[in-house]
Design a protein around this ligand. Structure first.
Ligand code: 3SK
Length: 514
């Protein structure tokens, strides 16, 4: 047993006690909520969860757009001692179903926009008992009680949180791996406070007057820190936008709410520059923040010159909950991920495990810090490989410069990051092999003109079949979340292999670059 601590209380009730009751916590399309209103709303949803029988440590999976319901659903689950599992809204019904089954979720909370996919996911899930949907109606699903959000939340507010400990499980975030089966990274209540006390305070220097807006959604580790944990930890305001990130809309929201911290990733900064929005819209932004993929120096300079703010690039991970190496305000090294965030230790190791002391020698990045998850849910083999005592093997190759800054050199395995989201080549290959005209398929990441990886499929057709690349891409889109689709399909007569028959992915990457 460890000290009592509840992350939801820390982010809501404690702010009210600290004198922030009347400050705005959330701006959303329907208006805004003060800290007092947010606290009340969390307690109402919490009462609803208890009323339908949710028990501490049971999983509550959420497939919802960024809005008050998602924010309060996550906080309410943690408030009652249950585990919030925000999941990607880009998943197809069968993809979401895998998470419902793997997490053994008891309750699924969904936005009405996703009625079709959550209904598929809820159907036949052995442990699921309740499906709650925003909107006026909830569909019938055999074996599951369905109710609307208003039916869930109208109960009397719960008067006290469940007495969780610092060590109690609070949040699971699913992340893709090389195997294609997503893994649930399990975070404790204390991890949430740790990322607020380290990255948010020491790097962002966040304070009560900040207003945060994030292109990354709340279901990402990056987004939940940006839009929920960091602002609420200090009585600042967050702007929640349910729609997909769109530069023009983000420019309007920034001007409307006086955004000071603007979070994105390279796949957002490119379109933001191309949109050529009025510079005045960004006058209140004191810093941009970037993660997901390494920020090309060209984008750092481009955004600074065009919109007048500097972007702090950093690297984090779902397993670490947020950013552990970052550039700092006023001390940016463009093109690098920056310097270790206070509270984390960083090592580069050679393949034989020895630690690299000097500069300019590439190695595998290992990190240690108190926000690292307790492991992946029910994945012993991979846990033993990734979590080694207090250290975590990130899978990223890095190099340290003479100035102490760390620069990303790429991944040590075949997994891809596309638009800041992990894509497992094997998952896309599995879908391609369901195509009736294809005999073999391999997916590799190929950098675009900004150096950002895009999935490219090399396919060998069955005899007599002529490959229609657009049709193959549409086939992938129909069976996978759209962001996983190959952007290019290249027909080849055979795949390059080693003498022992292993596919030489590096040769396909070279071919693409030639
Ligand atoms: O991709 C990243 O760099 C990142 C940053 C913060 C939180 C989570 C992730 C994956």
């Amino acid at each position: 047993m460890t000290d009592s601590f509840n992350a939801a209380t820390f982010l809501t009730e404690d702010r009210v006690t600290a004198g922030d009751a009347d400050r705005v916590a959330i701006h959303h399309p329907g208006g805004s909520l003060t800290y007092l209103q947010l606290t009340e709303e969390v307690r109402r949803v919490a009462a609803g969860l208890v009323a339908i029988g949710v028990r501490p440590e049971e999983r509550v999976l959420l497939a919802m757009v960024d809005d008050v319901e998602l924010a309060t659903g996550i906080l309410a689950a943690m408030y009652v001692g249950a585990v919030a599992v925000p999941s990607s809204t880009m998943l197809t019904g069968p993809e979401l179903a895998k998470l419902v089954v793997d997490s053994r979720a008891r309750v699924l909370l969904g936005s009405s926009e996703f009625t079709a996919s959550v209904t598929i996911a809820a159907t036949g899930a052995p442990d699921l008992r309740h499906l709650v949907l925003t909107g006026d109606t909830a569909p019938e699903v055999p074996g599951v009680t369905t109710l609307t959000w208003d039916e869930l939340r109208t109960a009397e507010p719960l008067d006290a949180p469940y007495p969780t400990w610092e060590e109690s499980p609070a949040l699971w975030l699913y992340t893709s791996g090389t195997t294609g089966t997503p893994k649930g990274a399990m975070h404790r209540h204390a991890d949430i406070r740790f990322v607020c006390d380290t990255y948010a305070r020491e790097v962002l220097r966040i304070g009560p007057d900040d207003v945060c807006l994030s292109g990354a959604k709340l279901f990402f580790a990056y987004g939940i820190g940006n839009s929920l944990f960091f602002p609420l930890s200090v009585g600042a305001a967050t702007v929640l936008e349910p729609a997909r990130p769109n530069p023009a809309r983000f420019g309007e929201l920034t001007a409307q709410h006086g955004v000071t911290l603007f979070f994105g990733g390279p796949s957002f900064w490119g379109p933001l520059m191309a949109a050529d929005l009025p510079r005045e819209q960004f006058a209140t932004v004191r810093n941009g923040v970037s993660a997901g993929e390494a920020l090309p120096a060209r984008m750092f300079h481009g955004v600074r010159d065009q919109y007048g703010f500097e972007i702090l690039d950093g690297i984090g991970s779902t397993e670490a909950l947020h950013i552990f190496i970052s550039n700092f305000p006023g001390a940016v090294v463009p093109g690098s991920s920056g310097f270790p965030v206070p509270g984390y230790r960083v090592e580069l190791r050679r393949t034989d495990g020895t630690v690299i002391d000097g500069p300019d020698e590439p190695g595998m990045l290992y990190i240690a810090g108190d926000s690292i998850c307790t492991g992946y849910w029910c994945r012993t083999e991979v846990n033993r490989m990734v979590f080694q005592g207090e250290w975590m093997r990130t899978g990223d190759q890095y190099v340290r410069g003479a100035d102490g800054s760390y620069t990303c050199l790429g991944r040590a395995d075949d997994v891809l990051k596309v638009g800041g989201i992990w894509v497992s080549p094997s998952e896309v290959e599995t879908r391609l092999m369901e195509h009736p005209g294809l005999a073999e398929a391999v997916v590799v990441g190929v950098p675009d003109t900004d150096g950002l990886d895009k999935p490219v499929a090399y396919v060998v057709p069955k005899p007599g079949v002529v490959v229609d690349a657009d049709e193959v891409i549409a086939f992938c889109r129909a069976g996978l979340a759209a962001f996983k689709r190959p952007r290019l399909v290249v027909e080849v007569s055979e795949l390059p292999r080693t003498a022992t028959g292993k596919i030489q992915r590096f040769r396909l990457r070279e071919l693409a670059a030639a």
